[in-house]
Design a protein around this ligand. Structure first.
Ligand code: PGA
Length: 214
């Protein structure tokens, strides 16, 4: 059976504005300069702790400050209604088609696991994902291949039957580190050149193009 593993932020869901807004609220609360949304395209990808670290001025990137801002970020991100997040155009029909053709589908995100689950419930409750994994404390984050290898083991799939789909260098590195096929998507947060430099074996510009590769 073939497994398609999807990254979440920038691949299935456009989460940029809600992430950026939440981080800007935290920055503002402690008197640090905020960023335009476009800057967040480069900050997202290695989990929320890294997002906050990158958003802070270099001299303020201490563990204590990051922890303080992280608490504000999480309370805002988890409590405010998620208003701007949405699946990219064509994602839902593509997922439905994969399921109807018998593929296994899963999510492997660097977003903390507790935030991944409600988002999946809110936007994909009609689609039966076979596994959903966000970043869990004590587990290495992507680009470490552990999350992919765990998924393969849990679902009983071999590497050659696994395709990993993502929008960033972190995703391409993760797929290559795990030894599975790396598919880069250009509708997310990063440039096609970045995906190619990090070993994308295929590049797609619209979700429907995925079907041609599988
Ligand atoms: O939270 C992040 O930084 C990125 O999450 P992702 O792995 O779903 O892109």
């Amino acid at each position: 059976m073939k497994l398609i593993i999807f990254d979440l932020d920038g691949t299935l869901l456009d989460t940029l504005q809600d992430l950026g807004d939440s981080c800007n609220v935290a920055l503002q609360q402690y008197g640090y300069p905020i960023h335009p949304l476009v800057a967040y395209k480069k900050f997202v990808g290695n989990g929320v702790q890294k997002l906050i670290e990158r958003a802070l001025p270099e001299e303020a990137r201490t563990p204590k400050t990051i922890t303080l801002l992280l608490a504000v970020f999480k309370s805002y991100y988890e409590q405010k209604p998620i208003t701007h997040t949405k699946p990219y155009t064509g994602i839902i029909p593509m997922l439905q088609e994969l399921k109807s053709l018998g593929y296994l589908i899963s999510v492997a995100s660097n977003k903390y696991h507790e935030a991944v689950l409600p988002l999946m419930q809110q936007y994909f409750s009609d689609i039966q994902f076979d596994l959903i994994l966000g970043h869990r404390a004590g587990h290495p984050a992507k680009p470490d291949p552990a999350i992919v290898l765990d998924s393969l083991q849990t679902l009983g799939v071999s590497k050659q039957d696994c395709f990993y789909v993502g929008d960033s260098s972190v995703d391409m590195d993760t797929a290559n580190n795990a030894g599975v096929t790396a598919i880069g998507v250009t509708w997310g947060f990063r440039e096609e050149s970045e995906l190619r430099q990090h070993g994308a074996q295929h590049i797609i510009h619209h979700p429907q193009e995925l079907m041609e590769i599988l």
